[in-house]
Design a binder for this molecule. Structure first.
Ligand SMILES: [Zn+2]
Length: 234
């Protein structure tokens, strides 16, 4: 079924190309309102895209982001949003211990700024070496308190985005200079009508290799330049 990005932030990050016959590559920014693919399981797609988008929003604030769940597909979605790693793949412990161990990361929960700062101080007193203190939190709290810690662990990702059924899937050409997506229902163009630069095709049948470093690299490349702010119908 053809799906359009119907609800969420102005720009989301697509994930779940493996559910689609035609779609953006995982890690591609998508603009609210645009048709994005021919895909099955739109609710699953929305969950995967929500995770990629949540990671993206945290990374935009300059945070290091680790995914805290176990689901392999959701982890891939997190990488498509630019995640730095999966909690289960690093050496960590929960809470600041009484005496130092060989953990590289200490994961803490905190309800406010004071608690984060206290955890950082106690980690320093116990370890007396570099140790990263990660705050485990949902998206809202991570956005608020994450910048105080060494990074965040995204716990329960929110339902940030939703898709709805659309009747047609046009070609989409993106100008990453102007931040415009051209939806080509009628005429087809290969250059931006505002600046003349070549358009990048958004929809493809090509699937990326589902490996963390590749997904992260693709996302970095696709999210460089102006994000799509505006849709133009041709
Ligand atoms: Zn342009």
């Amino acid at each position: 079924m053809i799906v359009a990005y119907a609800r969420g932030p102005p720009v989301a990050v697509f994930a779940g190309s493996w559910l689609c016959s035609r779609s953006p590559v995982d890690g591609t920014p998508i603009a609210l309102g645009e048709p994005v693919g021919d895909c099955s399981l739109p609710e699953r797609l929305a969950r995967l895209t929500s995770i990629a988008t949540a990671v993206f929003l945290l990374k935009e604030k300059g945070m290091r982001v680790f995914y805290g769940g176990d689901d392999q597909e959701e982890l891939l979605a997190a990488y498509a949003g630019g995640a730095d790693g999966a909690l289960k793949e690093v050496k960590y412990r929960l809470g600041v211990p009484e005496s130092p161990d060989d953990s590289a990361f200490v994961v803490v929960e905190a309800s406010g700024e004071e608690e984060v700062r206290r955890a950082l101080r106690r980690a320093g007193e116990v370890y007396r070496r570099r140790v990263d203190v990660l705050l485990i939190a949902d998206l809202d709290k991570a956005l608020r308190l994450g910048p105080l810690a060494s990074g965040v662990v995204l716990k329960e990702p929110p339902n940030l985005v939703a898709f709805e059924e659309a009747s047609e899937l046009p070609e989409i050409g993106r100008c990453t200079h102007c931040g415009v997506d051209f939806l080509m229902y009628g005429s087809k163009i290969s250059r931006c009508i505002y600046c003349g630069r070549s358009l990048r095709g958004v929809l493809t049948q090509r699937k990326p290799t589902l490996r963390p470093e590749i997904l992260r690299a693709i996302h970095r490349k696709l999210a460089s330049g102006a994000l799509p702010k505006r849709l133009v119908v041709l």
